[in-house]
Design a binder for this molecule. Structure first.
Ligand SMILES: N[C@@H](CCC(=O)N[C@@H](CS)C(=O)NCC(=O)O)C(=O)O
Length: 114
């Protein structure tokens, strides 16, 4: 079973979006930001030394960095969605992958209650 370590009001929302779109079964382990510092709780460092969300666990694999997680999910569960490298489609794929992580992200982050 895939497990997503999710922090409230964070870019791990994007990973939930991807997991839902791919129709994968997953569970969420939810963490809350410190209301004063807005930092992740220390216990997230026990999952991965980066101590930031999202972190995805899938079997033996423990993956940090949201773009790496999305790429992993596509490679593992929907390789047909990934265009051939060095094609115009691949450039578009990369563009939308990083647009969602970068320019679009401030608009995606929303208050969630998990
Ligand atoms: N480049 C990383 C950034 C990870 C990151 O900074 N996550 C933020 C949430 S959007 C976080 O965990 N902040 C809490 C903290 O820094 O303590 C990614 O895309 O996953």
């Amino acid at each position: 079973m895939i497990k997503l370590h999710h922090l409230n009001n964070s870019r791990s929302q994007r990973v939930i979006w991807a997991l839902e779109e791919l129709g994968l079964d997953f569970e969420i382990e939810s963490y809350q930001r410190d209301p004063t510092t807005y930092l992740a709780p220390e216990k997230l460092k026990e999952v991965h030394p980066l101590g930031k969300a999202p972190i995805l666990e899938d079997g033996e694999n423990k993956i940090a960095e949201s773009a790496v997680i999305i790429d992993y999910l596509v490679n593992q569960y929907a390789p047909n969605l990934k265009p051939e490298i060095n094609t115009e489609e691949y450039l578009n794929y990369q563009y939308w992958m990083h647009y969602a992580e970068g320019s679009l992200m401030p608009y995606l982050v929303m208050k969630l209650v998990f």
